[in-house]
Design a protein around this ligand. Structure first.
Ligand code: ATP
Length: 330
């Protein structure tokens, strides 16, 4: 379903790869947590799956397609198989709940009849059937995220990518969002979720892949958040987190040295997924750099919402002002 073969991503102007020789397979129907300190490569990993960016070396297959062989023109068609949810919801503030969800289907040209059936169904699934006429600012943060999830899955994608979907939500609201994501996964959609939320990861007991400086150091079939290295930058006033240097990092259990699971199997047990993985604890201090797509790279140029959701080719005409990126409204 998703396969990375020796994938390395090095951004322009940087020396150290954001992702370093990643070998990984995610199977149909899996629910996978991607954990790791800020800057460890989680968002880069998701962007590569979406073909929002391209690897510096190595190959990526998603749904049987070699992403390197998909032309830019065909990318929007490829992305229709993927739903995406972000930490900051990205709803359209002037459209009500129904229209925010219908937006996905309108952009890809679905009929009015189809939309009239599909949108109420998915709103029911995320628990918002009664709020179809509300505007985003009339909803709580958790409800706004449910709308974003409904929009992501209304076209029944095979894969749902979620980049810290509970990052702006309190614990009980987050639990509700996870119930919705579990429901979507139970319906057959493969879910890959990047998160810093240790309580959720520990509670769900799903596959956990941990990145440290762009390498997979842990791949467990029913993992927990564990000793994932994170620290708040209190003295800088930022809430970002950095990987701990060796001296500061809490002790980590010795890795179990067993060979990586065969490509076609789900990972079992604590498996260092790459022989080249950095030894536990050997983590240099990380500069805290916000992840922005490389402005010089045509594959990561600034995208409108429709483009970002994979519904329209970058630069293709849309309705003026119809799809600007929007953050939380509460
Ligand atoms: N467009 C870019 N240009 C240059 N460097 C980048 C770019 N995007 C990410 N990076 C760098 O690549 C590394 C991995 O970043 P990435 O955003 O993938 O990490 P992350 O694990 O998602 O972090 P966070 O948890 O903070 O979202 C970091 O060192 C980051 O600074």
């Amino acid at each position: 379903m998703i396969r990375f073969d020796r994938v390395t991503k090095t951004y322009r102007g940087t020396k150290r790869p954001a992702l370093n020789a990643i070998d990984l397979e995610i199977l149909r129907g899996e629910f996978v947590f991607l954990v790791g300190a800020s800057g460890s490569g989680k968002s880069s990993f998701l962007r590569l799956i979406l073909k929002e960016d391209r690897p510096t070396s190595g190959s990526i297959h998603v749904l049987g397609q070699d992403l390197g062989a998909i032309s830019n023109r065909k990318v929007p068609y490829f992305r229709r198989n993927l739903g995406v949810v972000f930490q900051d919801f990205r709803l359209l503030p002037g459209k009500n709940v129904f229209d925010n969800v219908a937006f996905t289907l309108q952009v890809i040209g679905k009929s009015r009849g189809f939309i009239q059936e599909a949108v109420p169904d998915v709103l029911q699934m995320v628990g918002l059937a009664e709020k179809a006429n509300r505007l985003p600012h009339e909803l709580s943060g958790g409800e706004q995220q449910r709308v974003a999830i409904a929009r992501a899955v209304v076209n029944k994608p095979a894969i749902l990518l979620a980049d810290e979907p509970t990052g702006n939500l309190d614990p009980s609201t987050s639990a509700g969002i996870m119930t919705v994501l579990e429901r979507i996964n139970a319906g057959g959609t493969t879910v890959v979720m990047a998160t810093h939320d240790n309580a959720i990861v520990d509670h769900m007991k799903r596959r956990v892949i941990e990145l440290v400086t762009g390498q997979i150091v842990r791949d467990e079939s029913q993992g927990g958040y564990g000793m994932t290295a994170e620290i708040a930058l209190q003295d800088s006033g930022l809430t970002a987190e950095i990987a701990l240097s060796e001296g500061l990092r809490p002790p980590r259990p010795e890795p179990v040295l067993v060979p990586p699971a065969p490509a076609a199997q789900t990972a079992t047990g604590a498996v260092p997924a790459s022989a080249a993985a950095a030894p536990a604890g050997a983590v240099p201090p990380m500069p805290v750099t916000p992840a922005h797509p490389d402005p010089l790279d045509p594959a990561t140029e600034s995208l409108t919402l429709a483009e970002k959701l994979g519904l329209r080719a970058p630069g293709a005409a849309g309705q003026q002002g119809d799809d600007q990126n929007v953050g939380p409204t509460t």
